[in-house]
Design a protein around this ligand. Structure first.
Ligand SMILES: Cc1ncc(COP(=O)(O)O)c(C=O)c1O
Length: 438
């Protein structure tokens, strides 16, 4: 049992039931446990270790930065901060924009909203967000999230957040049986909500362009339509790319799959930005938004804004994605993953839907039967046979990610191809064992 069992307050679980092994090291897609076992990580921990564990180039950059300068506040300059901001603006094609650095994803989203409210001069501006979304667990980020985990503790209305239905094509909230149409209807729902609230009352729309821990991968029709509707109404669009960026969906940023038709006004980042080696988040602002702030005092700040150690890790992480061609690799392996999951779905009727695969992020939704599409357990409960499958996989040295009746496959982009194939073969065997066909 882990040494922290009785002393640490652990996230998203019942304290009395927390029981997990201690990790002492890692390399590539593998984690090394205190008991000597090696575990293949099929979820990049929290979909964040895109570069695998202990990437040597990032570790060396952190070490070198620590020896030179560990910390300086944002009221002074720091070389790695300048370099990382330039790289992010270049990768996003926002050359005349600016970057605000945070400590993670939730505060990146909070700052995106605060900064937009200030830039638009709408301090009480409403933010339109989506059901079945996740934007983090600080207070405003929780209110932005349309997630069963968060809505018990916050009042979105009080925080000026308005939720609309998601582009959940498998269970289309608009009753459409056509994926593209469902995506368009969900985007139109955002436009209708803005019009209903009044354009001058709305400060932003925030959406995850692709992946998310709620397992919805929007149809391709969705994001460009959201962009079009928000641009027509003069409402800034925030792309929450905390999970979907840095190759996870086969591009630097998932919106880039749609080209210029998908360009948002603001991008929020964390996780893959440093490959999760050091906590860091970022808010990338377009030139238009940045220009509005140029001659006013920015009403926000964090002690650790653009921490040099984290920024040095970010610069090295970007160099590693580039030199190892990991974005392209994720696109190629994502397609392999998708084909393998489609083949699994042919053999296992418990798989109701397969989603994703633009990069190394895919979702299996498990159902009682394909006709009724009834979830294997009421959302967001994890069905007992899936719990048993996850435990059996772990006993065989593979850790899969899951949420409710969803299996989330998001291995590090550096995963060896034979390891990916072995993990999928194990999944095939365990699906047959825990979900036998009568
Ligand atoms: C899309 C998205 N946004 C925001 C967050 C919150 O990021 P953090 O946990 O770094 O605060 C997450 C975390 O999973 C996420 O997936």
């Amino acid at each position: 049992m882990s040494a922290e069992r009785n002393s640490v307050l652990h996230s998203w679980c019942m304290q009395s039931q927390w029981d997990a092994p201690t990790v002492v090291g890692g390399a590539g897609a593998r984690l090394h446990l205190e008991d000597g076992r090696s575990i293949l990580d099929m979820s990049s921990l929290a979909e964040c270790s895109n570069l695998g564990h202990q990437h040597p180039r990032v570790v060396a950059a952190i070490r070198a930065q620590a020896e030179q300068l560990c910390f300086v506040t944002s009221s002074w300059g720091a070389r790695p901060r300048a370099e990382l901001a330039d790289r992010l603006l270049e990768l996003a094609g926002f050359e005349d924009g600016r970057v605000f650095f945070t400590l993670g994803g939730a505060d990146a989203n909070e700052h995106a909203v605060k900064i937009l409210r200030q830039a638009l001069g709408r301090p009480r501006g409403i933010v339109v967000a989506r059901d079945r979304s996740y934007h983090g667990s600080t207070h405003l980020a929780m209110a932005l999230s349309g997630d069963t985990r968060t809505q018990a503790l916050v009042d979105p209305d009080a925080m000026r957040v308005s939720h609309v239905e998601p582009p959940y094509a498998y269970r289309c909230p608009f009753g459409s049986g056509n994926d593209a149409e469902c995506g368009e209807r969900a985007a139109a729902a955002i436009a209708e909500r803005i019009d209903h609230l009044g354009r001058d009352q709305v400060a932003a729309v925030i959406v995850e362009p692709n992946a998310g821990s709620n397992g919805i991968v929007a149809p391709d029709s969705y994001w460009p339509a959201v962009r079009r509707h928000t641009a027509d109404r003069g409402i800034p669009l925030i792309a929450d790319e905390v999970m979907s960026a840095f190759g996870r969906c086969g591009e630097w940023f998932a919106w880039q799959r749609h080209g210029e038709a998908g360009r948002p006004d603001v991008i929020t980042l964390a996780k893959g930005l440093t490959g999760a080696t050091v906590p860091l988040g970022a808010v990338i602002l377009s030139g238009d938004i940045a220009a509005r702030l140029e001659n006013q005092v920015l009403d926000t700040g964090l002690t650790y804004c653009g921490h040099p150690l984290a920024c040095a890790a970010g610069v090295a992480a970007i160099a590693a994605y580039e030199d190892e061609r990991l974005i392209e690799r994720s696109r190629r392996l994502g397609s392999t993953l998708r084909q393998a999951l489609d083949r699994l779905a042919e053999r296992h009727p418990v798989i109701g839907d397969v989603r994703g695969g633009h990069g190394l992020f895919a979702v299996l939704e498990l159902v009682t039967d394909r006709v009724s599409r009834q979830p294997l357990a009421p959302w967001p409960q994890t069905p007992p046979p899936l719990k048993a499958l996850l435990a059996a996989a772990m006993a065989e040295g593979v850790s899969f990610g899951s949420r409710g009746n969803l299996l989330l496959l998001a291995p590090p982009l550096v995963i060896e191809e034979q390891d990916l194939a072995a993990a999928l073969a194990l999944l095939d065997r365990l699906l047959a064992k825990f979900f036998p066909i009568d």
